[in-house]
Design a protein around this ligand. Sequence first.
Ligand SMILES: Cc1cc2nc3c(=O)[nH]c(=O)nc-3n(C[C@H](O)[C@H](O)[C@H](O)COP(=O)(O)OP(=O)(O)OC[C@H]3O[C@@H](n4cnc5c(N)ncnc54)[C@H](O)[C@@H]3O)c2cc1C
Length: 391
Amino acid sequence: MKCVVIGGGIVGLATAYRIVQDRPDVEVTVLEKEQSVGLHQTGHNSGVIHAGVYYKPGSLKARMSRDGSRSMVAFCREYGIPVEVCGKLIVATEDGELDRLTALYERSLANGLPVRMLTPGQARELEPHVSCVAAMHVESTGITDYAQVCQALAAQIPNVVLGAKVTGIRQEGAVARVATTLGSFTADVLINCAGLHADRIARLAGVDVPAQIMPFRGEYYELKPDSRHLVKGLIYPVPDPQFPFLGVHLTRMIDGSVHAGPNAVLALRREGYHWNQINLRDLAGTATFPGAWRLARKHWRYGLTEVRRSLSKTLFAASLARLVPELTIDDLMPSEAGVRAQAITPDGALVDDFLIVENGPQVHVLNAPSPAATSSLEIAKHIAAVSLSRK
Ligand SMILES: Cc1cc2nc3c(=O)[nH]c(=O)nc-3n(C[C@H](O)[C@H](O)[C@H](O)COP(=O)(O)OP(=O)(O)OC[C@H]3O[C@@H](n4cnc5c(N)ncnc54)[C@H](O)[C@@H]3O)c2cc1C
Protein backbone atom coordinates (compact mmCIF):
# COMPACT_ATOMS: atom_id res chain seq x y z
CA MET A 1 0.00 0.00 0.00
CA LYS A 2 1.24 3.50 -0.84
CA CYS A 3 0.84 6.56 1.36
CA VAL A 4 1.80 10.06 0.23
CA VAL A 5 2.32 12.82 2.81
CA ILE A 6 2.37 16.37 1.42
CA GLY A 7 4.61 18.71 3.43
CA GLY A 8 7.97 18.17 5.08
CA GLY A 9 7.30 20.30 8.14
CA ILE A 10 7.22 18.73 11.57
CA VAL A 11 3.60 17.52 11.27
CA GLY A 12 4.12 15.77 7.92
CA LEU A 13 7.44 14.26 8.96
CA ALA A 14 6.14 13.09 12.34
CA THR A 15 3.19 11.46 10.57
CA ALA A 16 5.40 9.68 8.03
CA TYR A 17 7.73 8.60 10.85
CA ARG A 18 4.81 7.13 12.83
CA ILE A 19 3.62 5.14 9.80
CA VAL A 20 7.15 3.92 9.00
CA GLN A 21 7.51 2.76 12.62
CA ASP A 22 4.10 1.10 12.95
CA ARG A 23 3.35 -0.18 9.46
CA PRO A 24 6.33 -1.62 7.60
CA ASP A 25 3.84 -2.87 4.96
CA VAL A 26 3.05 0.72 3.94
CA GLU A 27 5.33 2.53 1.48
CA VAL A 28 5.42 6.17 2.63
CA THR A 29 6.61 9.09 0.51
CA VAL A 30 6.89 12.67 1.79
CA LEU A 31 6.63 15.38 -0.88
CA GLU A 32 8.25 18.70 0.06
CA LYS A 33 8.44 21.66 -2.29
CA GLU A 34 11.59 23.16 -0.76
CA GLN A 35 15.16 21.82 -1.02
CA SER A 36 15.22 20.97 2.69
CA VAL A 37 12.70 19.95 5.35
CA GLY A 38 11.30 22.21 8.08
CA LEU A 39 11.98 25.52 6.35
CA HIS A 40 8.66 27.26 7.03
CA GLN A 41 6.66 27.41 10.28
CA THR A 42 8.72 24.64 11.88
CA GLY A 43 12.04 26.33 11.19
CA HIS A 44 10.90 29.77 12.35
CA ASN A 45 9.33 29.18 15.72
CA SER A 46 10.20 29.87 19.37
CA GLY A 47 11.43 26.35 20.06
CA VAL A 48 9.18 25.98 23.08
CA ILE A 49 7.77 22.63 24.18
CA HIS A 50 4.43 23.86 25.48
CA ALA A 51 3.01 22.18 28.57
CA GLY A 52 -0.66 22.83 27.62
CA VAL A 53 -1.62 25.72 29.90
CA TYR A 54 -3.70 27.77 27.51
CA TYR A 55 -5.98 25.25 25.85
CA LYS A 56 -9.60 24.44 26.58
CA PRO A 57 -9.83 21.23 28.67
CA GLY A 58 -10.93 18.36 26.44
CA SER A 59 -9.66 19.99 23.23
CA LEU A 60 -7.16 18.30 20.92
CA LYS A 61 -4.69 21.07 21.73
CA ALA A 62 -4.96 20.48 25.49
CA ARG A 63 -4.52 16.71 25.24
CA MET A 64 -1.93 16.70 22.50
CA SER A 65 0.14 19.46 24.09
CA ARG A 66 0.23 17.72 27.49
CA ASP A 67 1.02 14.30 25.98
CA GLY A 68 3.11 15.80 23.18
CA SER A 69 5.38 17.67 25.55
CA ARG A 70 6.28 14.32 27.10
CA SER A 71 6.68 12.47 23.79
CA MET A 72 8.74 15.34 22.29
CA VAL A 73 11.15 15.38 25.24
CA ALA A 74 11.47 11.57 25.01
CA PHE A 75 12.07 11.76 21.23
CA CYS A 76 14.76 14.41 21.64
CA ARG A 77 16.51 12.36 24.30
CA GLU A 78 16.32 9.20 22.18
CA TYR A 79 17.81 10.91 19.11
CA GLY A 80 20.38 13.07 20.90
CA ILE A 81 18.69 16.40 20.13
CA PRO A 82 19.36 19.15 22.70
CA VAL A 83 16.34 19.57 24.98
CA GLU A 84 15.77 21.10 28.39
CA VAL A 85 12.71 21.08 30.63
CA CYS A 86 13.38 24.53 32.08
CA GLY A 87 9.84 25.56 33.14
CA LYS A 88 8.35 28.98 32.46
CA LEU A 89 6.84 31.98 34.20
CA ILE A 90 3.61 33.66 33.18
CA VAL A 91 3.52 37.05 34.84
CA ALA A 92 0.70 39.47 35.64
CA THR A 93 2.19 42.95 35.43
CA GLU A 94 -0.86 44.81 36.81
CA ASP A 95 -3.80 44.03 39.08
CA GLY A 96 -6.19 44.05 36.10
CA GLU A 97 -4.53 40.84 34.83
CA LEU A 98 -4.94 38.87 38.05
CA ASP A 99 -8.34 37.38 37.22
CA ARG A 100 -7.04 36.13 33.87
CA LEU A 101 -3.94 34.66 35.55
CA THR A 102 -6.16 32.86 38.07
CA ALA A 103 -8.32 31.53 35.23
CA LEU A 104 -5.16 30.21 33.52
CA TYR A 105 -4.08 28.57 36.76
CA GLU A 106 -7.45 26.83 37.08
CA ARG A 107 -7.35 25.77 33.44
CA SER A 108 -3.84 24.35 33.93
CA LEU A 109 -5.03 22.30 36.89
CA ALA A 110 -7.99 21.06 34.83
CA ASN A 111 -5.47 20.03 32.14
CA GLY A 112 -3.53 18.05 34.77
CA LEU A 113 -0.40 20.23 34.74
CA PRO A 114 2.15 20.87 37.49
CA VAL A 115 1.71 24.62 38.10
CA ARG A 116 1.96 26.88 41.12
CA MET A 117 1.12 30.49 41.85
CA LEU A 118 4.03 32.67 42.98
CA THR A 119 4.38 35.97 44.82
CA PRO A 120 6.56 38.63 43.14
CA GLY A 121 9.40 37.68 45.51
CA GLN A 122 9.15 33.99 44.58
CA ALA A 123 9.03 34.92 40.88
CA ARG A 124 12.23 36.94 41.27
CA GLU A 125 13.99 33.94 42.81
CA LEU A 126 13.53 32.28 39.40
CA GLU A 127 13.89 35.40 37.22
CA PRO A 128 15.77 38.08 39.17
CA HIS A 129 14.95 40.88 36.69
CA VAL A 130 11.22 40.28 36.25
CA SER A 131 8.54 42.72 37.40
CA CYS A 132 5.08 41.45 38.33
CA VAL A 133 2.22 41.59 40.82
CA ALA A 134 1.87 37.78 40.68
CA ALA A 135 3.12 34.92 38.54
CA MET A 136 2.43 31.32 37.68
CA HIS A 137 5.22 28.79 37.28
CA VAL A 138 4.74 25.96 34.78
CA GLU A 139 7.18 23.20 35.58
CA SER A 140 6.83 21.01 32.49
CA THR A 141 7.55 23.60 29.77
CA GLY A 142 10.72 22.91 27.81
CA ILE A 143 12.86 24.09 24.91
CA THR A 144 14.41 22.36 21.92
CA ASP A 145 15.38 22.97 18.30
CA TYR A 146 12.52 21.84 16.05
CA ALA A 147 14.69 22.11 12.92
CA GLN A 148 16.91 19.39 14.38
CA VAL A 149 13.82 17.36 15.28
CA CYS A 150 12.80 17.53 11.59
CA GLN A 151 16.21 16.33 10.46
CA ALA A 152 16.05 13.41 12.89
CA LEU A 153 12.53 12.46 11.75
CA ALA A 154 13.50 12.72 8.06
CA ALA A 155 16.50 10.46 8.62
CA GLN A 156 14.09 7.67 9.65
CA ILE A 157 11.89 8.01 6.54
CA PRO A 158 13.21 6.23 3.43
CA ASN A 159 11.40 8.42 0.85
CA VAL A 160 11.53 12.17 1.40
CA VAL A 161 11.37 13.84 -2.01
CA LEU A 162 12.64 17.41 -1.92
CA GLY A 163 11.83 20.05 -4.53
CA ALA A 164 8.51 18.30 -5.32
CA LYS A 165 5.80 20.95 -5.30
CA VAL A 166 2.31 19.46 -5.47
CA THR A 167 0.39 21.11 -8.31
CA GLY A 168 -2.64 18.85 -8.78
CA ILE A 169 -4.55 15.99 -7.16
CA ARG A 170 -7.05 13.69 -8.86
CA GLN A 171 -8.91 11.04 -6.91
CA GLU A 172 -9.55 8.13 -9.32
CA GLY A 173 -11.61 5.59 -7.40
CA ALA A 174 -9.50 4.28 -4.54
CA VAL A 175 -6.27 5.87 -5.80
CA ALA A 176 -5.17 9.51 -5.70
CA ARG A 177 -2.89 10.77 -8.48
CA VAL A 178 -0.67 13.53 -7.16
CA ALA A 179 1.00 15.75 -9.77
CA THR A 180 4.20 17.52 -8.72
CA THR A 181 6.97 19.54 -10.33
CA LEU A 182 9.04 16.32 -10.24
CA GLY A 183 6.42 14.03 -11.81
CA SER A 184 3.41 12.12 -10.64
CA PHE A 185 2.87 9.90 -7.57
CA THR A 186 0.00 7.54 -6.74
CA ALA A 187 -1.44 7.12 -3.26
CA ASP A 188 -3.88 4.75 -1.61
CA VAL A 189 -3.78 7.13 1.35
CA LEU A 190 -3.12 10.85 0.95
CA ILE A 191 -2.20 13.04 3.93
CA ASN A 192 -2.07 16.80 3.55
CA CYS A 193 0.25 18.56 6.03
CA ALA A 194 1.06 21.57 3.85
CA GLY A 195 0.92 24.16 6.64
CA LEU A 196 0.46 27.63 5.14
CA HIS A 197 -0.90 26.03 1.93
CA ALA A 198 -3.01 23.27 3.48
CA ASP A 199 -6.36 24.78 2.45
CA ARG A 200 -5.22 25.13 -1.16
CA ILE A 201 -4.00 21.53 -1.27
CA ALA A 202 -7.34 20.40 0.20
CA ARG A 203 -9.20 22.33 -2.51
CA LEU A 204 -6.98 20.73 -5.18
CA ALA A 205 -8.11 17.39 -3.75
CA GLY A 206 -11.77 18.38 -4.07
CA VAL A 207 -12.47 19.11 -0.42
CA ASP A 208 -14.99 21.80 0.49
CA VAL A 209 -12.78 23.48 3.10
CA PRO A 210 -14.54 24.84 6.20
CA ALA A 211 -11.88 27.49 6.90
CA GLN A 212 -9.26 29.45 5.01
CA ILE A 213 -5.64 29.85 6.09
CA MET A 214 -4.56 33.40 6.85
CA PRO A 215 -0.84 34.03 7.35
CA PHE A 216 0.14 35.95 10.49
CA ARG A 217 3.76 36.99 10.66
CA GLY A 218 5.48 36.84 14.03
CA GLU A 219 8.47 39.15 14.25
CA TYR A 220 11.31 38.70 16.72
CA TYR A 221 14.17 40.63 18.15
CA GLU A 222 17.02 38.97 19.91
CA LEU A 223 18.78 40.21 23.05
CA LYS A 224 22.34 41.32 22.42
CA PRO A 225 24.78 38.83 23.99
CA ASP A 226 25.66 41.29 26.79
CA SER A 227 21.97 41.54 27.79
CA ARG A 228 21.14 37.83 27.86
CA HIS A 229 21.74 37.67 31.62
CA LEU A 230 18.45 39.58 32.09
CA VAL A 231 16.47 36.44 31.20
CA LYS A 232 17.20 33.01 32.62
CA GLY A 233 14.36 31.00 31.07
CA LEU A 234 10.95 31.76 29.57
CA ILE A 235 8.93 34.84 30.62
CA TYR A 236 5.42 35.25 29.18
CA PRO A 237 2.71 37.85 29.74
CA VAL A 238 -0.87 36.89 30.57
CA PRO A 239 -2.41 36.50 27.09
CA ASP A 240 -5.65 37.96 25.82
CA PRO A 241 -7.93 34.88 25.76
CA GLN A 242 -9.71 36.17 22.62
CA PHE A 243 -6.63 35.38 20.53
CA PRO A 244 -4.53 32.27 19.96
CA PHE A 245 -1.34 34.40 20.08
CA LEU A 246 0.46 34.51 23.41
CA GLY A 247 1.73 38.10 23.43
CA VAL A 248 5.40 39.04 22.94
CA HIS A 249 7.49 37.07 25.37
CA LEU A 250 11.11 36.37 26.24
CA THR A 251 12.42 32.94 25.34
CA ARG A 252 15.79 31.49 26.04
CA MET A 253 16.55 29.27 23.07
CA ILE A 254 18.34 25.95 23.34
CA ASP A 255 21.52 27.54 21.85
CA GLY A 256 21.63 30.06 24.74
CA SER A 257 20.38 33.08 22.78
CA VAL A 258 17.29 34.94 24.05
CA HIS A 259 14.50 35.79 21.61
CA ALA A 260 11.87 38.46 22.15
CA GLY A 261 8.54 38.14 20.35
CA PRO A 262 6.66 37.13 18.32
CA ASN A 263 4.04 39.77 17.57
CA ALA A 264 1.19 38.96 15.13
CA VAL A 265 0.64 40.98 11.95
CA LEU A 266 -1.13 39.91 8.78
CA ALA A 267 1.51 38.78 6.25
CA LEU A 268 1.09 40.06 2.70
CA ARG A 269 2.20 36.69 1.35
CA ARG A 270 1.68 33.18 2.76
CA GLU A 271 5.42 32.85 3.19
CA GLY A 272 6.02 36.58 3.66
CA TYR A 273 8.77 37.01 6.22
CA HIS A 274 9.10 40.79 5.68
CA TRP A 275 6.68 43.67 5.02
CA ASN A 276 8.11 44.00 1.49
CA GLN A 277 7.33 40.38 0.52
CA ILE A 278 4.00 40.66 -1.24
CA ASN A 279 2.12 38.14 -3.36
CA LEU A 280 -0.86 39.39 -5.33
CA ARG A 281 -2.58 36.00 -5.45
CA ASP A 282 -2.26 35.64 -1.67
CA LEU A 283 -3.45 39.22 -1.11
CA ALA A 284 -6.42 38.74 -3.44
CA GLY A 285 -7.25 35.49 -1.61
CA THR A 286 -7.41 37.40 1.67
CA ALA A 287 -9.21 40.44 0.25
CA THR A 288 -11.98 38.36 -1.35
CA PHE A 289 -12.48 36.13 1.71
CA PRO A 290 -15.46 37.39 3.75
CA GLY A 291 -13.96 35.88 6.93
CA ALA A 292 -10.97 38.24 6.68
CA TRP A 293 -13.22 41.32 6.65
CA ARG A 294 -15.38 40.06 9.50
CA LEU A 295 -12.23 39.29 11.53
CA ALA A 296 -10.87 42.79 10.77
CA ARG A 297 -14.16 44.42 11.82
CA LYS A 298 -14.16 42.54 15.13
CA HIS A 299 -10.50 43.01 16.00
CA TRP A 300 -9.30 46.14 14.17
CA ARG A 301 -8.06 47.77 17.38
CA TYR A 302 -5.87 44.75 18.29
CA GLY A 303 -4.61 44.58 14.67
CA LEU A 304 -3.67 48.26 14.64
CA THR A 305 -1.71 47.94 17.89
CA GLU A 306 0.20 44.98 16.44
CA VAL A 307 1.03 46.89 13.22
CA ARG A 308 2.21 49.94 15.18
CA ARG A 309 4.45 47.73 17.32
CA SER A 310 5.76 46.00 14.20
CA LEU A 311 6.82 49.35 12.75
CA SER A 312 8.27 50.75 15.99
CA LYS A 313 11.16 49.13 17.84
CA THR A 314 10.46 51.55 20.71
CA LEU A 315 6.95 50.14 21.18
CA PHE A 316 8.29 46.58 20.90
CA ALA A 317 10.88 47.32 23.59
CA ALA A 318 8.17 48.93 25.77
CA SER A 319 6.12 45.67 25.66
CA LEU A 320 9.17 43.74 26.83
CA ALA A 321 9.95 46.28 29.55
CA ARG A 322 6.56 45.51 31.11
CA LEU A 323 8.00 42.05 31.86
CA VAL A 324 11.63 43.06 32.54
CA PRO A 325 11.88 46.82 33.23
CA GLU A 326 15.65 46.93 32.71
CA LEU A 327 15.23 46.00 29.04
CA THR A 328 15.56 48.91 26.62
CA ILE A 329 15.70 49.38 22.88
CA ASP A 330 19.51 49.22 23.09
CA ASP A 331 19.37 45.61 24.27
CA LEU A 332 17.61 44.44 21.08
CA MET A 333 18.88 43.37 17.69
CA PRO A 334 16.67 42.15 14.81
CA SER A 335 16.07 38.46 14.32
CA GLU A 336 14.27 36.28 11.75
CA ALA A 337 10.48 36.31 11.60
CA GLY A 338 8.12 33.35 11.23
CA VAL A 339 4.68 33.10 9.63
CA ARG A 340 1.83 31.24 11.34
CA ALA A 341 -0.88 29.44 9.39
CA GLN A 342 -4.13 30.29 11.20
CA ALA A 343 -7.44 28.99 9.85
CA ILE A 344 -10.33 31.49 9.83
CA THR A 345 -13.96 30.54 9.24
CA PRO A 346 -16.11 32.50 6.74
CA ASP A 347 -17.84 34.22 9.69
CA GLY A 348 -14.51 35.65 10.83
CA ALA A 349 -13.76 33.32 13.78
CA LEU A 350 -10.23 32.13 14.49
CA VAL A 351 -10.33 28.32 14.52
CA ASP A 352 -9.20 27.57 18.04
CA ASP A 353 -8.41 23.86 17.98
CA PHE A 354 -6.42 21.68 15.61
CA LEU A 355 -8.61 20.91 12.60
CA ILE A 356 -8.08 17.54 10.93
CA VAL A 357 -10.58 16.61 8.22
CA GLU A 358 -11.06 13.13 6.72
CA ASN A 359 -12.26 12.80 3.15
CA GLY A 360 -12.43 9.11 2.18
CA PRO A 361 -8.82 7.91 1.81
CA GLN A 362 -7.51 11.44 2.36
CA VAL A 363 -6.70 13.27 5.60
CA HIS A 364 -6.22 17.05 5.59
CA VAL A 365 -4.62 18.97 8.46
CA LEU A 366 -6.34 22.33 8.05
CA ASN A 367 -5.34 24.06 11.28
CA ALA A 368 -2.11 23.19 13.06
CA PRO A 369 -0.81 26.39 14.66
CA SER A 370 1.09 26.51 17.96
CA PRO A 371 1.46 24.18 19.86
CA ALA A 372 1.57 21.87 16.84
CA ALA A 373 5.36 21.52 16.94
CA THR A 374 5.10 20.36 20.57
CA SER A 375 2.13 18.13 19.70
CA SER A 376 3.44 16.80 16.40
CA LEU A 377 4.12 13.23 17.55
CA GLU A 378 0.59 13.04 19.02
CA ILE A 379 -1.03 14.59 15.93
CA ALA A 380 0.91 11.98 13.96
CA LYS A 381 -0.51 9.11 16.05
CA HIS A 382 -4.01 10.44 15.49
CA ILE A 383 -3.56 10.84 11.72
CA ALA A 384 -1.91 7.42 11.34
CA ALA A 385 -4.79 5.83 13.24
CA VAL A 386 -7.56 7.50 11.21
CA SER A 387 -5.88 7.12 7.83
CA LEU A 388 -4.79 3.51 8.16
CA SER A 389 -7.57 2.09 10.31
CA ARG A 390 -9.55 0.80 7.33
CA LYS A 391 -6.49 -0.39 5.40
C1 LIG B 1 6.52 32.55 14.95
C2 LIG B 1 6.08 31.19 15.39
C3 LIG B 1 6.34 30.73 16.68
C4 LIG B 1 5.92 29.47 17.08
N1 LIG B 1 6.30 28.97 18.29
C5 LIG B 1 6.00 27.69 18.61
C6 LIG B 1 6.52 27.09 19.78
O1 LIG B 1 7.32 27.69 20.49
N2 LIG B 1 6.11 25.83 20.09
C7 LIG B 1 5.26 25.13 19.30
O2 LIG B 1 4.89 24.00 19.65
N3 LIG B 1 4.77 25.66 18.18
C8 LIG B 1 5.15 26.90 17.79
N4 LIG B 1 4.73 27.43 16.62
C9 LIG B 1 3.84 26.63 15.78
C10 LIG B 1 4.59 25.55 15.01
O3 LIG B 1 5.82 26.01 14.52
C11 LIG B 1 3.69 25.06 13.88
O4 LIG B 1 2.43 24.76 14.43
C12 LIG B 1 4.25 23.81 13.21
O5 LIG B 1 5.59 24.06 12.82
C13 LIG B 1 3.39 23.45 12.02
O6 LIG B 1 4.06 22.43 11.31
P1 LIG B 1 3.55 22.01 9.88
O7 LIG B 1 4.33 20.82 9.49
O8 LIG B 1 2.06 21.90 9.93
O9 LIG B 1 3.84 23.27 8.93
P2 LIG B 1 5.18 23.76 8.23
O10 LIG B 1 6.35 23.65 9.11
O11 LIG B 1 4.88 25.09 7.65
O12 LIG B 1 5.36 22.70 7.06
C14 LIG B 1 4.53 22.64 5.93
C15 LIG B 1 5.39 22.19 4.78
O13 LIG B 1 4.57 21.98 3.63
C16 LIG B 1 5.31 22.36 2.50
N5 LIG B 1 4.39 22.60 1.40
C17 LIG B 1 3.45 23.57 1.31
N6 LIG B 1 2.82 23.51 0.13
C18 LIG B 1 3.37 22.48 -0.56
C19 LIG B 1 3.15 21.93 -1.86
N7 LIG B 1 2.26 22.45 -2.72
N8 LIG B 1 3.89 20.86 -2.24
C20 LIG B 1 4.82 20.32 -1.41
N9 LIG B 1 5.10 20.82 -0.18
C21 LIG B 1 4.36 21.88 0.25
C22 LIG B 1 6.05 23.61 2.97
O14 LIG B 1 7.16 23.93 2.14
C23 LIG B 1 6.42 23.24 4.37
O15 LIG B 1 7.71 22.70 4.48
C24 LIG B 1 5.16 28.67 16.18
C25 LIG B 1 4.92 29.12 14.89
C26 LIG B 1 5.40 30.35 14.47
C27 LIG B 1 5.20 30.77 13.04
